[in-house]
Design a protein around this ligand. Structure first.
Ligand SMILES: Cc1cc2nc3c(=O)[nH]c(=O)nc-3n(C[C@H](O)[C@H](O)[C@H](O)COP(=O)(O)O)c2cc1C
Length: 195
């Protein structure tokens, strides 16, 4: 039997990302973000939900560009710090020892220690309530060679991204594969028109 739960922003799991930007003074900033996901294939786009009080929101508004970095599970402490301190008051990079690197593609830095960095340009904005929905078009992707598999593409088992449970406020790591997409369900398709 199901019971009713009050409406909260609940989905399982949420990704854990670091959104990197430059301030108007050129200072690099990054914040942890979990209200995020892929929202379009062509053009390839990522959506973010950012509260207007964040320094990151100011920076994205000013520059129209941001970098989405995917931290590995080994960076859980640094990543959490990027989510509990604001770049308004301090330099989170020097505090954590993480390295901001100037991108050649967009006006936003990426984090050297993160295996994946995705360069985005703002395509759409929608003010929803507490958060603004930002749709960024993916212009280019940088991947550590060590994070790529034998076929040369990024491999989640090598990236080891973090997952987030916003209700328990807990980070998790990726577990074992449990099926193959566009394939595991095929057995139900075989006799599609039979009762
Ligand atoms: C795991 C985690 C996920 C977060 N996700 C978001 C998010 O999706 N959107 C948001 O506006 N704030 C989010 N935050 C809060 C910001 O990261 C936090 O307010 C940060 O200090 C903002 O930094 P800034 O002012 O330098 O931009 C999250 C924090 C944590 C710890």
């Amino acid at each position: 039997m199901k019971k009713s739960i009050s409406p909260v922003p609940l989905l399982y799991p949420s990704p854990v990302l670091l959104i990197c930007t430059y301030g108007s003074d050129g200072r690099p900033d990054a914040m942890a973000a979990s209200w995020a996901g892929v929202c379009c294939s062509e053009p390839p786009c990522i959506s973010l939900g950012i509260r207007k009080t964040r320094q990151t929101w100011e920076n994205i508004k000013d520059r129209g560009e941001f970098m989405v970095c995917i931290p590995s599970e080994t960076l859980v402490e640094e990543t959490d710090f990027f989510g509990i301190a604001s770049g308004k008051n301090l330099d989170k990079f020097s505090k954590t020892g993480m390295t901001p690197v100037k991108s050649e593609i967009i006006e936003a830095p990426y984090i050297e220690e993160c295996p994946i960095a995705i360069a985005c340009r703002v395509r759409n904005l929608m003010h929803i309530g507490s958060h603004t929905l930002i749709v960024g078009e993916i212009l280019s992707i940088l991947a550590d060679e060590e994070a790529c598999g034998e076929d040369g593409t990024p491999d989640m088992d090598l990236i080891r991204p973090l997952l987030y449970d916003s209700q328990k406020k807990t980070y998790y790591t990726v577990g074992e594969p449990s099926g193959k997409a566009f394939s595991s369900g095929m057995k139900f398709r075989r006799n599609l028109y039979e009762p």
